[in-house]
Structures are given as C-alpha cells and as structure tokens.
Design a protein around this ligand. Structure first.
Ligand code: BJW
Length: 225
C-alpha cells in the first residue's frame, strides 16, 4: 500500500504546453463544457466531440514531460510502490517521464472505448473517421475518458490508498471537480498530512495542512528532493 498519494491535475502539464481547463485561454474557452465533456454532448454532436479529442490527441504527440513529472518519476525510483500517482489528466506525461504506479481516474486520451462491446484499446489515430472496434468490428468507438455524470475509474483502489497514506499531496488542480476535490478530506480523516502545490490557492486550499503557491515545475522538484 502506498505511503504517499499524489493527486495531479491539469496544472502539472501546463508547463509542457498542455492547456488547463479553467484558466484564461484554457480548454473550456470557446467550448461549452456540456457540449464536449458529457455523454449527452456526445449524443448531440458526436463528430464535433470526436474532433475535439482528435485535436488534443494530435497535440499530445508534440509535447514533453516537464520538471514536475520528472521529479515524481525520480521519487518513485527511490520509493517504489510506496508512491502512488492518481492523475485526473488524460495525457501520458507521467508515464513518459518514467512513473509506473499511475492511476488515470478520468481515463486516457490514447485509448478508445467501444460502446458496443465495452473493450478498451490503445489508440493514437483519429476517432472522427468512425473506425471499427478491433475487438467486435462495430463502428462505435469513443475516447476512453470520464465525462461529467460518469463514474471515475478505480475509485475503490484510490479510497483504500488514501485511507492508508501518511501523506497526500495535490498538484495543479483547481479543486472544482468531484470526487477528486474531496480526496484531501478523505485522506485527512484517516490521518494523512496534506499539502497543496498550485499556482494559486485552489477552491479547497483551506482543507490542506499546508499550501504552497508557484509553478509545479519549481515547487515539485523542491518538495520531492
Ligand atoms: C498550475 C500551473 C502550473 C495552472 N503549476 N499549477 C455538486 C457537488 C458535488 C459534485 C457534483 C455536483 N454536481 C455535479 C457533481 C459531480 C461532478 C462535478 O464535480 N461537478 C462539478 C463541476 C461541481 N463530477 C462528476 O460528474 C464526476 N463523476 C462523479 O461524480 O460520479 C459519481 C461517483 C463518484 C465516485 C464514486 C461513485 C460515483 C466525473 C467528473 C469527470 C471530469 N471530467 C473532466 C474531463 C475529462 C476528459 C478531458 O480531459 O476532456 O476531467 S472535466 C475536467 O476537470 C477534467 C479534469 O481532469 C477535471 C479537473 O480539472 P483540473 O485538473 O483541476 O484543471 P483546472 O483547469 O480546473 O485547474 C488547473 C489548476 O492548475 C488551476 O488551479 C491553476 O491555477 C493551476 N495551474 N498552471 C501549478 N504551471
């Protein structure tokens, strides 16, 4: 069981050039959240949603992990499975930096989910071309991401890890989206020390024992050292 659970959000990938959601010039600028991040939005305009994720998948190929991702991977080298990274991010920058114990609670951009057979498959190409499922052959693939109203992945594993952890660190997340925004209280109830590393105080900053403000690329290497 991990002793340290790290929750990451869009802010940790910002310095790699991946837009956050709720900041100025964020991903939601120019998009209604209900249109691109709900199952109902997908039903309404499937082609538009597929293009939105196709563009993000293509952009992901052009960015690299930054100092914050690398610092967490280096920490895992010395701690092994005592460190668990739970990320809300759908990018693969933790893995590319070298982290191995990563839970993608909101899914992964580089996977497709078949709405017919329920299978998930590695996916680097476009989904807007309506390709066939490699498992069942039906043309009904969607990005393997968790939209509003859907249940995030691996919630039992995350709850157990938070209950066991002696330290919980939240990095680069606004604390606007549940259930991730509630992890700090869960960890505290079970006795963990809690720390927030974020550009600005998040919506839930007051729940943490300590909150440090700055860029993840500066703060995380100092904390992880
Ligand atoms: C930097 C930085 C730098 C910038 N360095 N920092 C009322 C009350 C409570 C809950 C609800 C409610 N009404 C509805 C709900 C539930 C709903 C919810 O939370 N809604 C809220 C809006 C209120 N949640 C859900 O529906 C979830 N499912 C659920 O609850 O199921 C029920 C259930 C749960 C558990 C067990 C059983 C049942 C699902 C949520 C799915 C969220 N999906 C998205 C899209 C994923 C795919 C995609 O990427 O397109 O996930 S939404 C989007 O927000 C994405 C993110 O992962 C998520 C969080 O965003 P994040 O990462 O915090 O980014 P930002 O942009 O908000 O913040 C970035 C931060 O970084 C900022 O603070 C910056 O300052 C900082 N920063 N640069 C350090 N360089």
């Amino acid at each position: 069981m991990p002793q340290i659970v790290v929750l990451t959000g869009a802010g940790i990938s910002a310095e790699s050039g991946v837009p956050t959601f709720r900041d100025e010039d964020g991903l939601w600028e120019g998009h209604r959240v209900d249109d691109v991040a709900t199952p109902e939005g997908f039903e309404r305009d499937r082609a538009m949603v597929q293009r939105f994720y196709d563009e993000r998948r293509a952009a992901l190929a052009k960015v690299e992990p930054n100092a914050a991702h690398r610092a967490l991977a280096e920490l895992e080298e010395s701690l092994g499975s005592a460190l668990l990274v739970v990320t809300q991010n759908i990018d693969d920058l933790h893995e590319r930096a070298g982290s191995r114990h990563v839970v993608h609670m909101h899914g992964e951009l580089l996977k497709a989910l078949c709405r017919s057979c329920g299978g998930t498959f590695p996916w680097t190409g476009a989904l807007s071309d309506e390709p066939a499922c490699p498992g069942c052959g039906v043309h009904d693939l969607r990005p393997d991401v968790v939209w509003f109203g859907e249940v995030p992945y691996e919630m039992d594993r995350i709850a157990d890890a938070l209950a066991e952890a002696s330290m919980f660190v939240s990095i680069g997340t606004s604390g606007a989206v549940y259930p991730a925004a509630g992890f700090v209280q869960h960890a505290r109830r079970h006795g963990a020390r809690t720390l927030e590393l974020n550009l600005e105080p998040s919506e839930g900053s007051h729940f943490f024992h300590e909150a440090r403000q700055g860029r993840a690329g500066d703060l995380v290497p100092v904390w992880a050292r």
